[in-house]
Design a protein around this ligand. Structure first.
Ligand SMILES: Nc1ncnc2c1ncn2[C@@H]1O[C@H](COP(=O)(O)OP(=O)(O)OP(=O)(O)O)[C@@H](O)[C@H]1O
Ligand SMILES: [Mg+2]
Length: 636
């Protein structure tokens, strides 16, 4: 589909001329090697100018959600299109360019509308960066003394100064006389509250120039975000993503996987980078903690999606009420009936609460599996060990979707994505194509398919609740047997070890206990703790297996253990027979094993693939691998 056609349909917004020209100003500050990139881009820009010229009508009228946010006239916007639109897709992979920003402290306060309690020093000092972590401050930065849960940024002022901070925002009187580089001090009531506004203003409110889809709920956020991204990409929109698993600038341009949810500064920084590199839409996982801590403040969301709500993270939020309120924050921003949309799972009892947030005039698109009144609901579905098929009813027609995402919960995620598509008026064929494109979400019930006769999935479930839900949804796929590999990490929550074993052995026909990041602990001690879940000690387990025969547990299920994870995975795969499902749980998309203080590369998905090939070879050689105990891989 042509870009201009999408603009016409309202799926793509025009960019704001002021914003972009400011960014262009920033480009003048590029490093020499980046100038090469810039030249390349200039050339490419030249190419697209011709394109845009040839289609004048493109800049007229948009409808829902994705229209222009900045209020600039179409004429201005289309002028901007010509000067700044880069046609990345037509020339394949393009280097991601780092935009540069600078402004005076006075300008920043002005733009962010932050009203200081007092200011000291030179407000005209030029800021070239913004940080709340003293360890990553570099010359020219503004340092904001954020008060965290563990520590207080005010303690790191001198470190920030040594690293070149030129100005400081603090909530207490601090002494900058002693500091060498700091030229200005801004005192505010609460640094945490002003931080998102300062960050957004510094990066020139990037989210205002992209369509932003926010996804909240207890489960399914990452999966739904991936599906929505796939769908937007299928519509021809360059789509970025901020999820708990990965950041994407757009398309396949992935950034380092984050360890934690990004803070407000990083969120704005990444969005600026996206916008600068031609991203048109962003899908963002809005975790309750992120929302509560203001990380998503100043993100201009267009669409709010609610997946579901169960008791979770109460350690952080205190009460269920607070947890729900944190999640609701995203929906309170849905105030503009022209531009905003609410997408809500009405099978969840909390749906009315979410729908009631923000403006009641904002259109709602509902989805559900049980509630047939939902705008988007399945007419028929079929779950299997290898794929999920669903016939979806929507207000615009019936869609037939087949997906590699397994389990009933993924039907909810598919429906959520369809509902977003319906909310923005996406062409039905793009909805289907985009969703079908996502055949796996890393580490989420990820199917490992080497054309074997049984299912193999890798999932990151590493808590009792997640493991329990995972095994329940696998059971719904009606496998002959479930063979589960699970371990518990060392130097972490000992209390969950027996519980994990109890759940695994209750819900799987065969359980193989193994190691998962033992760290400084002896793996056998961890396994000993895990065995307590069925009332055994290690001695008892070994005694049971003296004659290489491990009797079934009282419930008829079987249990084995091996402290070497690779062996455990190979055993599980070796046992797999037609119709079985092998579940390797705990690591998911994480690709390491920590033993002692060594962190070695280890990828369950790769291990499963190798095991499948290896076992296949053994079978071809006529070796029976169906019975445990099984030999070490090294012995072959
Ligand atoms: N719609 C859903 N309803 C219930 N459970 C789900 C749903 N979607 C996914 N799950 C379960 O939750 C797990 C995590 O899924 P996903 O990563 O998509 O959720 P998330 O909300 O991003 O989680 P997190 O809070 O860990 O980021 C899946 O492996 C699956 O077991
Ligand atoms: Mg997630």
């Amino acid at each position: 589909m042509e870009r201009q056609e999408l603009v016409k349909q309202g799926l793509l917004k025009q960019k704001d001329i002021k914003e972009s020209s400011d960014v262009m100003k920033g480009i003048e500050e590029l490093e020499p090697e980046e100038v090469v990139d810039l030249e390349e881009i200039d050339e490419l820009t030249g190419l697209t100018v011709i394109d845009t010229d040839s289609d004048e009508e493109g800049s007229s009228g948009f409808d829902v959600g994705l229209g222009e946010k900045s209020g600039k006239s179409n004429a201005e916007a289309s002028l901007d299109e010509k000067s700044f639109d880069l046609d990345f897709d037509s020339i394949g992979k393009v280097n991601i360019v780092e935009p540069k920003f600078k402004m005076s402290l006075a300008e920043l306060l002005d733009e962010s509308k932050v009203v200081p309690v007092s200011v000291l020093g030179d407000l005209e000092v030029e800021i070239t960066g913004i940080q709340d972590d003293s360890r990553v401050v570099s010359a020219g930065d503004l340092f904001i003394c954020r008060v965290g849960m563990k520590t207080d940024g005010h303690l790191y002022l001198s470190e920030a100064d040594k690293r070149g901070a030129v100005a400081v925002v603090a909530s207490k009187e601090v002494d900058i006389e002693e500091t060498l580089g700091c030229k200005a001090l801004v005192i505010v009531e609460d640094t945490n509250t002003v931080l998102p506004a300062l960050a957004a203003a510094f990066y020139k409110f990037p989210s205002k120039n992209m369509s932003v889809i926010g996804i909240t709920g207890t489960n399914g956020k990452t999966t739904t975000a991936n599906l929505v991204k796939g769908m937007y990409e299928a519509m021809g929109l360059r789509t970025g993503m901020l999820s708990t698993v990965a950041y994407y600038i757009h398309g396949d341009h992935k950034l380092e996987a984050p360890n934690t949810t990004p803070g407000a500064i990083l969120v704005q920084n990444l969005m600026a980078k996206m916008l600068h590199n031609g991203t048109e839409a962003v899908v963002m996982e809005a975790t309750s903690q992120g929302l509560a801590l203001g990380r998503c403040d100043e993100v201009d969301f267009d669409i709010a999606v609610f997946t579901n709500l169960t008791r979770d993270h109460l350690d952080f939020h205190g009460t269920e009420e607070e947890y729900r309120n944190a999640k609701a924050k995203l929906f309170t921003r849905m105030v503009d009936p022209e531009r905003h949309r609410k997408v809500v799972n009405i099978d969840d009892p909390n749906a009315p609460f979410f729908i009631a947030q923000g403006n009641q005039e904002v259109p709602v698109v509902t989805f559900a599996m049980e509630n047939k009144n939902a705008d988007v609901h399945p007419l028929k579905f079929e779950l299997s060990l290898f794929e999920t098929q669903v016939l979806v009813n929507t207000p615009h027609g019936i869609l037939e979707i087949s997906s590699g995402l397994l389990g009933k919960h993924n039907i909810y995620n598919i429906l959520a994505a369809v509902a977003v598509g319906i909310a923005v008026g996406a062409p039905l064929e793009d909805i289907v194509r985009g969703i079908e494109e996502i055949d796996a979400v890393p580490g989420r019930c990820e199917l490992i398919d080497e054309e074997q006769a049984f299912g193999v999935i890798v999932d990151y479930a590493h808590t009792p609740d997640a493991l329990s839900r995972l095994l329940d949804s696998v059971r719904e796929l009606r496998p002959k047997r479930i063979i589960t590999v699970i371990g518990c990490s060392g130097e972490r929550d000992r209390g969950k070890r027996p519980i994990m074993t109890k759940i695994a052995t209750d819900k799987s026909d065969v359980t193989i206990l193994t190691s998962d990041n033992p760290r400084g602990e002896d793996p056998l001690d961890i396994l000993d703790d895990m065995l307590a879940g069925i009332g055994w000690s290690m001695q008892e387990y070994l005694k049971h297996g003296e004659n290489d025969y491990y009797p079934p547990l009282p419930n008829g299920h079987r249990l084995f253990l091996h402290d070497i994870r690779r062996v455990a995975v190979r055993c599980a795969v070796a046992m797999g027979e037609e119709g079985d499902m092998v579940v390797v749980a705990g690591k998911g998309h994480e690709t390491y094993q920590i033993e002692g203080d060594k962190k070695e590369f280890f990828d369950d998905r790769e291990e499963c693939r190798e095991a499948l090939q290896y076992v296949d070879e053994l079978h071809q050689a006529g070796i029976d691998t169906s019975e445990f105990p099984w030999r070490l891989p090294e012995s072959h």
